[in-house]
Write a protein that binds this ligand. Structure first.
Ligand SMILES: *[C@@H]1O[C@H](CO)[C@@H](O)[C@H](O)[C@H]1NC(C)=O
Ligand SMILES: *[C@@H]1O[C@H](CO)[C@@H](O)[C@H](O)[C@H]1NC(C)=O
Ligand SMILES: *[C@@H]1O[C@H](CO)[C@@H](O)[C@H](O)[C@H]1NC(C)=O
Ligand SMILES: *[C@@H]1O[C@H](CO)[C@@H](O)[C@H](O)[C@H]1NC(C)=O
Ligand SMILES: *[C@@H]1O[C@H](CO)[C@@H](O)[C@H](O)[C@H]1NC(C)=O
Length: 345
């Protein structure tokens, strides 16, 4: 027992190698190596530190760095001639006053990334609606990415505005197309695309311009009426006419909602009426009727049609008004499901 204890505390060189070797990242011209600080019981005595060895992958000679700090867990090697994102091999051992321990396993670490050196080309932007454009481009080759290409940044700014004040959105991956929304109608935008990696963005592509479409009419379909029989509701509305500064109406959309389920019917502009099934249970259906066209969708007119045993109820509701000031009509008795209501806007 006495002898074992003596051997255990007797100072000697470290006998195990540090673990958790890794690294990467950092600023230009840096190679960052990290490891797990060695616990005191493995230090085997005073004068403790680490010896870090590294070399460019596939080269012969190792460079060694002596790091005489017990608590170190990170080393930053700086060299002006380090190329961005190049692979290195690293290994590490511990030392104390008695000598050096064994080297750890080798680990692969990359030097710091730098921004991509080239930008996307052939950028193309088209207006989808008054509020949305689609942008596409020729992707950047991975070789010129100076690191791992993460995606693309789309910058867009209004004509007469400064590019420095551009709004920007980033793709999450390497797709070469993106939609940008939240734009102003009938507005000319400049657009440029840049590749990015963890170090930042590269140079911008040549810029292009795009003009968003005129806004959709800001009126909902008017004079909406509906008629329900036992199994269906037929709804009618008046045409929405676009003004000179609005985009043409190409048709109507009727959104049908019942018990959390929705289905959308898209009609061309020749149709201004539609029949839809009424639920057999005591539920209700919500209908939203709106115009659609090149500028996008117009505001909706909302109708709620419900029925329960012996009672048919309809609520005329202006979808965009925040005050619920619309009248509620309650019909009871013999009238049941044959209801017609005329509503002027
Ligand atoms: C920097 O790297 C070059 C080329 O690999 C090497 O010759 C030089 O010794 C390095 N300098 C330092 C300070 O490590
Ligand atoms: C730009 O995109 C539009 C729509 O995607 C396409 O019709 C057009 O051909 C494209 N133009 C160029 C130059 O790629
Ligand atoms: C509303 O529609 C009904 C039926 O389609 C029609 O008779 C009536 O003239 C319309 N009212 C207005 C104000 O357009
Ligand atoms: C109710 O109206 C729908 C659509 O107009 C029609 O197909 C159906 O036959 C009608 N049902 C009754 C009971 O009148
Ligand atoms: C469109 O023009 C009308 C007058 O003709 C004006 O009242 C309205 O604000 C304009 N709308 C837009 C979005 O510019």
């Amino acid at each position: 027992m006495y002898i074992i204890l003596c051997l255990y505390i007797w100072p000697s060189a470290p006998t195990v190698a540090p673990s958790g070797l890794g690294g990467g990242g950092g600023d230009h011209n840096e190679l960052i190596v990290t490891w797990t600080t060695m616990a005191r019981e493995y230090q085997n005595g005073d004068g403790f530190g680490y010896i870090l060895a590294f070399r460019k992958k596939d080269s012969q000679s190792w460079m060694e760095m002596r790091i005489p700090h017990v608590e170190s867990s990170r080393y930053v090697y700086y060299n002006d001639s380090l190329t961005p994102y190049s692979p290195f091999e690293v290994k590490i051992k511990a030392f104390n006053r008695r000598g050096e321990g064994p080297f750890s396993q080798m680990a692969g670490v990359y030097s710091a990334e730098e921004e991509p050196t080239v930008g996307p080309s052939n950028i193309n932007a088209t207006a989808l609606t008054a509020f949305e454009i689609q942008v596409s481009w020729e992707p950047v080759q991975q070789l010129s990415a100076n690191g791992i290409l993460r995606g693309y940044e789309i910058r867009y700014w209004r004509q007469h505005e400064r590019e420095a004040a551009a709004d920007r959105v980033r793709t999450a991956g390497l797709e070469a197309t993106a939609r940008v929304s939240g734009l102003r109608p009938s507005t000319r935008y400049h657009v440029a695309v840049l590749a990015y990696n963890s170090a930042g963005t590269g140079p911008p592509s040549p810029r292009t311009t795009v003009t968003t479409r005129k806004p959709p009419p800001n009126r909902r379909p008017g004079n909406v009426s509906w008629k329900a029989n036992g199994s269906a509701v037929t709804v009618r509305w008046d045409h929405v006419k676009a003004m000179h500064n609005e985009s043409a109406v190409l048709g109507y959309k009727v959104l049908y909602k019942h018990e959390g389920q929705t289905s959308l019917k898209v009609l061309d502009k020749a149709k201004t009426s539609m029949s839809l099934p009424l639920p057999k249970d005591n539920g209700y259906v919500v209908l939203e009727i709106r115009s659609w066209g090149e500028g996008g969708d117009g505001p909706a007119h909302e109708i709620i049609v419900s029925r329960d045993s012996g009672t048919g109820m309809m609520v005329q509701n202006d979808a965009s008004s925040t005050l619920s000031s619309q009248p509620l009509h309650l019909f009871t008795g013999l009238l049941l499901f044959t209801l017609v209501s005329l509503v002027g806007l």
